[in-house]
Write a protein of this length. Sequence first.
Length: 322
Amino acid sequence: MAELIVEPIEKYGLSQKDRPKTLFSKIGIVGCGTVGQGLAIIAAKHGIEVVFLELSEELIRHSFDEITKQLDEEINHWGLTPSEKNAILSRIKGTVVYDDFRDCELVIESIKSKQKDSTLDLRKEIFGKIEKAVRHDCIIATNSTTQVITEMSSELEYKDRCVSLHISSTAPGASVIEVVRGLHTSDEAYKRVLKFVRLIEKIAIPVVESPGLISVRLFVVYLNEACESYMEGVASMSCIDATMRACFNMPLGPFEFADKVGLDKIIRWMENLYDEFGSSRYVSSPILKKLVRANRYGRSTGKGFYEYDENGNKISDGYCTE
């Protein structure tokens, strides 16, 4: 009887090192607030592993709770099945250490800073920590709109792999992502980011480097004019919102959208734009300042231009100064 020879099949396969790797199989996100959560969901839906970094385990649990709520909402509206939800959640991991970004091909900074003066320094510090943790070919991006990517990446060793990737809204119907290359951004890094945008089925809008890009520069002026019209008594807030929705086919009017974004965030946008350009059109409306001073930030606090219930549904017709 012939001798039976048994050989391990592994030796005939590709080694872990030689196996072909799918482009953008894993990405990282620094800061898992509203935008970070939405980005994590979008990427995970497209089969991409996501690791997000937060400051504490408590914040990680909170982010997972919010992500789960968003997925449950989609299930309730027949946009997702429970098994798809479980698959999406299985691709998302939370961490408190930058070293967990080591296998990522793209890391996106998406923090929310409340201190205007320290925002740039904080983001530079985050970029430095990311660079120490990732491979030299990993793309480092920011979701910031009013900070310039060239300045943010100025202290890095590999400045050529840094890009601004502004996701103005992570809602399923929002299809646009503004992509900005900095002074040092390489063609290779820029092309790879465009591939990532196509991979998550969004439309890449190339933008020349400028604070505020397209979306924020136009929106803050639009909101200021809406506030001016209200202050002049032209119409109520709800009527101004209704007019913009009906006449221009917008899903939300200026006051409704501002409450969704966060009035404190909008104030910081406008301060940064005014510092950069010195134009009076970027000076915040007195109403906007008054609401922020009163900690009425919008949906996040339950009060902004309008008032909201615990589920974020509008329950008032608008802030009134009378």
